[in-house]
Write a protein that binds this ligand. Structure first.
Ligand SMILES: [Zn+2]
Length: 138
């Protein structure tokens, strides 16, 4: 064994020699892989640490206050992103409209337990004993 391992980043898979001073190193030193490692760490941290999450949210809010109009300018400079967003939002809107419609047509659940008389159906052509007539008791 030469101690080399495979990078854990997707789309990399490079075989590299981990730095002995870094404990449990799983990503190679490529910029994209280090970025992927940090993203993964932050995602897990956000999910596990509500205090960290609140702090991140505050920082983002402050950043937006210091950079007003950043996203407006970004959208103007990147028209293809805007097209994509418009398309995806249209899809989300259509989906939620469909769900609302489906809820409208849902039959109302029966109120309380219901009782029926079970009457065997006597049919000349089909003498199946499973056939019964359900008559609600009212
Ligand atoms: Zn890598």
């Amino acid at each position: 064994m030469d101690g080399k391992i495979q990078c854990a980043a997707l789309n990399c898979g490079r075989i590299f020699a981990p730095n002995p001073r870094v404990k449990n190193q799983r990503y190679c030193s490529a910029k994209d892989c280090q970025r992927a490692r940090k993203r993964k760490w932050q995602k897990e941290k956000l999910a596990a640490d509500p205090e960290y999450k609140a702090n991140q949210r505050d920082c983002q809010r402050e950043w937006h206050l210091r950079h007003p109009g950043y996203y407006k300018k970004y959208r103007q400079d990147h028209p293809s992103c805007r097209e994509r967003n418009t398309l995806l939002q249209g899809y989300r809107n259509a989906k939620s409209r469909l769900i609302a419609k489906m809820d409208e047509f849902k039959p109302a659940p029966p109120k309380g337990p219901r009782a029926f008389y079970l009457l065997p159906l006597v049919a000349k052509m089909d003498a199946s004993p499973q056939k019964v007539l359900l008559i609600p008791i009212s």
